[in-house]
Ligand binder design. Sequence first.
Ligand SMILES: Cc1cc2nc3c(=O)[nH]c(=O)nc-3n(C[C@H](O)[C@H](O)[C@H](O)COP(=O)(O)OP(=O)(O)OC[C@H]3O[C@@H](n4cnc5c(N)ncnc54)[C@H](O)[C@@H]3O)c2cc1C
Length: 600
Amino acid sequence: MASTAKVDSENKAVFGAGFLFSPAAEEAIFTPENFSDEQIEFQRTAIEFAHQEVLPQSENIEIKKPGVMSELMKKAAEIGLFTVEVPEEFGGLDIDKTTAMIISEALAINGSFAVTYGAHTGIGTLPIVYYGTQEQKARYLPKLATGEVLAAYALSEPNSGSDALAAKTTAVLSEDGKHYVLNGTKQWITNAAWADLITVFAQVDGEKFSAFLVETNTDGVTIGREERKMGIRGSSTCPVILEDAKIPIENLLGEVGRGHKIAFNILNIGRWKLGISSMGGAKNALALGAKYANERKQFKKPIGSFGLIRQKLARSATLIFAGESMAYRTAGLIDGMASQASKEDPGYGQKAIEAVEEFTVEASILKVFGSEVLGYVADEMLQIYGGNGFVEDYPLERIYRDARINRIFEGTNEINRLIIPATLFKRVLQGRVPLMQVVGNILGELQGTSDLPERGEGPLANEIWATELTKRAVLYAASYAAQKYMEDLKNKQRLLGDIADCITDLYGMDSSVCRAQQMVEAAGGVKAEQAVAMAQLYCFEARADIFQRLRRVAMIMAEGQELDDLYDNLAKLDKRYRVDYTTLQDQVAEYILDQEGYQI
Ligand SMILES: Cc1cc2nc3c(=O)[nH]c(=O)nc-3n(C[C@H](O)[C@H](O)[C@H](O)COP(=O)(O)OP(=O)(O)OC[C@H]3O[C@@H](n4cnc5c(N)ncnc54)[C@H](O)[C@@H]3O)c2cc1C
């Protein structure tokens, strides 16, 4: 087992990407069914706020009607929505990541508001929570928690987006050693127009990437004009220009040359929040699509009675179920690991951020999967609206445009796809994940010296069996690639992209099956029935997609006899089985139509 692994309350090893190495549906995972009373209360508050305060202002938000966004942010602060991740001694509630995710999901009802809220409470506030000195925390956090100060995060520049560490903004220590002088231009900065405080990344001595807390009323700090955007038009996105801006040395955040840790760990948190807020947006779109499908009649029937419309509803719900299951499972893992340290321990912040870093693979999975599912659901629900989907009088037009940014910011989906296998392979080399040992066992099974797992019993027997075999196939192909290309693997982007998608879908299979099984065992009932149907549908599609990608990976890696051998081994793990596809889809679609939304 992984040498640096932490353990859970049952003394089992817990580590990032651990789902790849543990048997399918054997370990309990955290799911929305496990929310505590306090978490449910926060969910209720956030949903009420989203529906009663944010939603009625959608049109005003969209046209940036003066005062509307600031008023909403003020109200959100008043009901405590800015406090969840701020330590108690600085005016926060310091609850847990699960609660932060629950709130992000609820507020996704409006993309512009969600991004504004997310930038302030996430990438704006968290750099100080995790990396600030006591003085910096005392100076800024109480005001960030009440909304008296609004925050932003400035990493990107005109010539460095994905390649963020190539930033050109400079920071030079003044001769008297009292301040740093910052020069450069940051681009695409969310909340720039209304931020009072921005975490700005700059190179000290031209090469030491570092972070600074920049107050926007400092001389030499100018906010450029608003970008004219395709979506999230009610949010603020502007350049930030720094011209000889003198930043006191007390406002250096963390250490000189360690800014990359701040930049990437804060983005990591943003990624799983983006994953779950995408599920919130997708649920909202699905509810609108279901309602419309009930009301709109063509050929004398509600369009929701047609198979191709029901397919869109069922597929959307199934993908949301998988995304939600992965997201809250990850939240539970991070909270579980962070809770092993006491909040009184001075090293608590460091341990909490280590827990975030441990689940880097999962963060990128949630970001890619969430943003792409939201894109799919927004597109399909717009299609259900027909011509009405294409005009501004109906909500899907805005939802469709707002969804698109999620694939671009917080690291593009290309960059996040590369992070998934890169992180995994790095940890293999560090001895932190047991890939080679596990693959040794898989090779034994493929050569017949030990047995492959058999199909078990129960409503999810096929899916658990398929998940087990598919895990083996993905690990086998991934380790084959690692051994074949070694150092050069990082240059095989198409192959890495396919492996990333396989790992992502596998997490979806594992999490859907595990959650559905837990729901059956816990309470049963109609929700559990839908969960089982969605897990079956998800696994059916995902398994087929994964094997198709693995055959492509094999083809990239080999030819002739070597390719035949790879295909033969994959075929031993590619066991087909039947699902009652039409019946299951109808069952899920019927439920979504009845509930007019995703009520699992
Ligand atoms: C509305 C909005 C809000 C934003 N908010 C913020 C913010 O608050 N703070 C902030 O710092 N930034 C913010 N950004 C910037 C955002 O994070 C960047 O746009 C994003 O990281 C991509 O950088 P780029 O636009 O320079 O694209 P590029 O890096 O130039 O990428 C262009 C294309 O090339 C691909 N690509 C790049 N490198 C590779 C590679 N190695 N392999 C394969 N493909 C690659 C990318 O995936 C992309 O498809 C925001 C952007 C927008 C549009």
